[in-house]
Write a protein that binds this ligand. Structure first.
Ligand SMILES: [Zn+2]
Length: 313
């Protein structure tokens, strides 16, 4: 039995295969592979002669499995994006072609692949399938993989993935219809507050402060904007959305999200204005930027804030 010191904890190896507990302890949280240049891996020491092949294959299988599940979730998100604004059921009936209303068979409903082998057209009437469908599926898959690589097989992973899925639906509905559906944000606030008890990243008081700060700050902005311009600028949907975001990432996350989304939103707004040569009147939906800002915080928040503080020094 050999022992290696990794981050002050001793991990035992016996022969070619690490013990099962090692596997889950180390691979679940750092599913990274052998460095191509040598034997040193970024999860620690490797016993000589161990190719790590079996473990690598296992790790890849988990990744592929999670990515595939994510693709299917993405497919379901497409249904939500299409049906929620029209107040249709997201469960029944099954998918049909919006052009010819023919029911889509299961083999034509496989995420991304069906789009590829149907070459982007309905099998029955030849109507074009928007490229956005496979893109949303792909985004769903990539975020599933991303949350797994970031958080491992933990309780945070599904919670954050559901949060990101909700943001994806909100984003695309806001782009299409300029509304943020209350059916997502309103139940989202208490549900994610309840989830904060399971999240090691924040306390429930931080979550509560996030809801109050998220809802309150945008409410204040909207009120002042309305007072000055006598026009409605910020929609009520944005207020509820940021309150939901606050429930998940806390008040610190809300501050980051407001800063990041304003920055990205302003840059994008300027780019659109230059492109279309229209004035300030062109309204850009703000919801997608709130979503982007909060997802950046989820994945890189601590790293970016540390970077920023180090720059100030
Ligand atoms: Zn059709």
């Amino acid at each position: 039995m050999k022992h290696a010191k990794i981050n002050q904890c001793t991990v035992g190896f016996s022969g070619l295969r690490p013990h099962r507990s090692d596997l889950f302890m180390r691979y679940a949280h750092f599913p990274r592979r052998t460095h191509p240049g040598g034997k040193k891996t970024n999860y620690g020491w490797k016993p000589p002669g161990d190719t790590g092949l079996q473990l690598d294959m296992f790790v890849h299988l988990i990744e592929i499995f999670i990515f595939t599940i994510g693709l299917c979730v993405g497919s379901f998100l497409n249904v939500c994006i299409y049906r929620l604004p029209n107040s249709k059921s997201i469960v029944r009936p099954g998918s049909t072609c919006p052009q010819c209303a023919t029911a889509i068979r299961f083999y034509d409903n496989i995420p991304v692949l069906s789009y590829l082998w149907l070459k982007g057209h309905c099998r029955y009437c030849g109507a074009a399938i928007p490229l956005r469908y496979p893109i949303v599926e792909l985004i769903g898959g990539l975020f599933a993989l991303g949350t797994y690589l970031k958080f491992g097989l933990t309780i945070e992973m599904p919670i954050y993935y559901i949060f990101i899925a909700a943001l994806l639906v909100v984003t695309f509905i806001d782009i299409d219809h300029r509304i943020i559906p209350d059916v997502i944000t309103l139940p989202g606030i208490p549900l994610f507050f309840a989830a904060s008890f399971a999240l090691p990243q924040i306390t429930y008081t931080q979550s509560l402060a996030g809801i109050v700060l998220g809802g309150g700050s945008l409410f204040l902005v909207a009120w002042i904007y309305n007072l000055i311009t006598k026009r409605e600028g910020m929609g009520g949907g944005d207020i509820k959305l940021l309150a939901m975001i606050g429930a998940v990432i806390g008040w610190q996350g809300v501050l980051f999200t407001i800063f990041a989304s304003s920055l990205i939103g302003t840059l994008a707004g300027l780019a659109v204005m230059v492109q279309s040569r229209q004035g300030m009147k062109l309204a850009v939906p703000f919801g997608p930027f709130l979503a982007i800002g909060s997802i950046i915080y989820l994945f890189f928040g601590t790293r970016l804030i540390t970077l920023y503080i180090n720059l100030l020094r």
